[in-house]
Structures are given as C-alpha cells and as structure tokens.
Design a protein around this ligand. Sequence first.
Ligand code: BTN
Length: 252
Amino acid sequence: MANEDFNSMAARLPDPFRLLVRAHSGSTNDELRLLAEAGTEEGLVLLAENQTAGRGRRGAAWFSSPGESLAFSVLLRPEEPKAWWPRLALATGLAVAEALESFGLEAGIKWPNDIWIRQRKVAGILVESGKDFVIIGIGLNINTLAFPPEIAEAATSLHLEVGRPFLRPDVLGVILHCLSSRRFQIGSEFGALLDAVRLRCVLTGHRVSLLSSNSLKIGWVEGISSAGELILRTQSGIERLIQADEIRLQPL
Ligand code: BTN
C-alpha cells in the first residue's frame, strides 16, 4: 500500500524499541536470534517485508503475504526471573488485542496467545528464549484479501474484517506502545495482566477439544488460573493446563 512510512513511526517508538526493516528474511525469529547471540541490545524490532520461511508454534509454517501483513520479532532481555518469561506470551497477546481495539476492532484472545476476530485467526505469536534473551515473533494479517486454501477458512485480516486497508506502520507502532507497558506486568502485576486477558479470552464458557501432552481432552473452559493456566473441566475433574495444542471450539 502507498504511503506506508515506517521511518516516521520508528522515530516515535517508546524506549528501548528501534526498528530494522529487511526486504527479505527467512524467519525474523531466526535472524533476530543470531543478532541476540551476537550481543545486540534489547529493543531491536526486526521486520521483514517478505518473510519466506516463517515459523509458527509446534513447527507449523506461518504464511504472511508480502507487503500486506506484519511479520516481525522483538528482542527483549528481561530483568525478571527466567521462570516468568513464558508469561510474555500472554502479555504480547494482550498487547496485540489492545492495539487492535484502539482501531475499533473487537479482538479476542484464544488462550494462550492467538488473536481472533469473529472466530478467525488474525495474528499468531511465537515466543522463544535463549540464555539471556527472549524473542517475541508476531505475525499479523493486515491487508491480505486472499489466503492459501489450507488456511482460508480459519484466517482473516484487518482489511477483510473492516472493509478498508490499514497502514501497517500505524498498527505496528500501537502494538509496540502497548507491549512497552504490558511487558513489565509479568511479575508483581501479573494479576492485573491476567484480569485483562480474562476479559478477552474467547474460550471461557465454551466446550473445547484440545491436545495436551499428546492426549485428546474434551471439556468446558472455566477460565484462566492465577498462574495463567487454562482451567478445563473434563469428565474426570478439573485440569490446569500450562500448554495445549489444536484447541477447537466444540458444538454444544
Ligand atoms: C503461531 O500462531 O503459530 C505463531 C506464528 C508466529 C509468526 C511470526 S511472523 C514473525 C516471526 N517470525 C517467525 O518465523 N514466526 C514469527
């Protein structure tokens, strides 16, 4: 889209964020990991206009349409204990949802951190860590109008939802502003972060099927625990899940 000026947005980013735009990258998470291991300071945001080998969770491929989506990774070097770093996945999902809300969209969080609009996925987040750093990869469909057949049913974009194109630098800038405050809520303020996630959780109150430790579970989602786990009521009782794959809403 014309008039997409990443430079002027980049000049207004909150500390410590700074933007590096690449025309091409295999995976921005992989490329940023190399930079992190070489000692790059925290706050670098690496964005690829054309990401050719994007990775999703569980080794899946991530599709981003060149020039129409956002595919970027953020390098953090959190001071909080490493045990809390996985909470950044929830913080990031919340930041993305809040950013979309600021554009008038009703975004839901499909625990732990897929972003849904009207039951279709608009954004995915891949958080990976190294010895002394975390890389937060975010893929967001902005102006994509057609998806590959295998994800066409499940995916959406901001343009498809609202019926008009969005300026990608504007969306990126707001996400980073939201992340710049939510990232610090993984410690003593985790309760407040969770309350904001709970308000947006699209699974609560629904019957779901999911895979956890390779076993299929079906149950009702009761909510999110104070540790950020998904609370699932199954026939055998209440289970608290740290992670789960392929969560699907089930018909009642
Ligand atoms: C998922 O929902 O499975 C997570 C998708 C994460 C995709 C982003 S795009 C930018 C960054 N680079 C990658 O290779 N993956 C993440």
